[in-house]
Design a protein around this ligand. Structure first.
Ligand SMILES: C[S@@+](CC[C@H](N)C(=O)[O-])C[C@H]1O[C@@H](n2cnc3c(N)ncnc32)[C@H](O)[C@@H]1O
Length: 245
């Protein structure tokens, strides 16, 4: 993964250990990072990071893994998908997809809590993606907005959204609502296990959805780092992924 730091900062290793109580990442100065995912993006994505708006203001490891996976394995089929990212933070996954898929048929939604809205919008304009990407507030556990209901996303992206135990039921509710709304939707879900409780989220997901560990040539590398990559689909959807042929 080629990454060029424009602002020097100490190496970020958020919660790179396995404890029951995991702290939030250390504060680091705001700055802009460029990523091209080992050349998969011709022109690098620029991401402004600023932790003042919340922990999503920083690039997280699962976001990098999921963004690269979507580019490497699904770029063509994503062009016609209706894509929505949950807990987008600065928007790494959604913006990577939007940058890598030049002919998206539908707008792509990156969503998070209100605190992250300015950073999502800033990163959209930093990359000239305002014609393709919309930043919206989507609080997990709350009813889906009419705009999302009308959009009926069929590809849902969620990276590093498992980190706060209190939010697990809220995130689970939103995933259920989205898969209820579009039974053929696929959730691409990447997370880093930091605490034992994180596996409880997965256990609950297995009860609610068909959970499939998906192929990725980088798996031997990222699994050493306790990163997991799955799809979630409805148990009765009859398909393991809306992007599979
Ligand atoms: C660890 S960050 C991951 C950011 C980004 N996906 C990445 O991989 O770099 C988790 C994100 O989830 C968002 N989040 C946490 N609780 C949420 C909730 N209840 N509703 C919506 N978003 C939430 C946070 O604001 C944050 O941006």
């Amino acid at each position: 993964m080629t990454e060029k730091k424009q602002t020097p900062s100490p190496e970020f290793s958020p919660l790179g250990f396995d404890e029951d109580i995991a702290p939030l990442p250390e504060y680091k100065a705001a700055g802009t990072t460029e990523v091209d995912f080992s050349g998969l993006l011709g022109e690098p994505l620029k991401l402004h990071e600023d932790l003042r708006s919340g922990c999503g203001g920083q690039l997280w490891p699962a976001g990098m893994v999921l963004a690269k996976h979507m580019l490497r394995y699904h770029r063509e089929k994503l062009q016609s998908a209706r894509i929505l990212e949950l807990g987008a933070g600065g928007g790494v996954v959604g913006l990577t997809v939007a940058k890598g898929c030049k002919n998206l048929k539908h707008p792509l939604y990156i969503t998070d809590m209100v605190e992250m809205e300015p950073l999502m919008k800033y990163n959209i304009s930093l990359n000239g993606l305002a014609d393709r990407v919309r930043a919206r507030i989507l609080n997990w556990g709350e009813p889906l907005s009419q705009e999302v209901v009308d959009f009926k996303p069929d590809v849902i992206l969620a990276a590093d959204c498992v980190y706060l135990e209190a939010a697990f039921p809220l995130l689970m509710q939103t995933l259920k609502d989205l898969l209820e709304l579009e039974p053929k939707a696929t959730v691409y879900f990447c997370f880093k296990k930091r605490r034992r409780a994180d596996m409880q989220f997965l256990k609950n997901a297995r009860k609610a959805f068909t959970v499939t560990e998906i192929e990725d040539e980088d798996r031997p590398v990222f699994s050493r780092d306790n990163l997991f990559l799955y799809t979630f689909t409805r148990k009765d959807s009859g398909s393991s992924s809306s992007l599979s042929s």
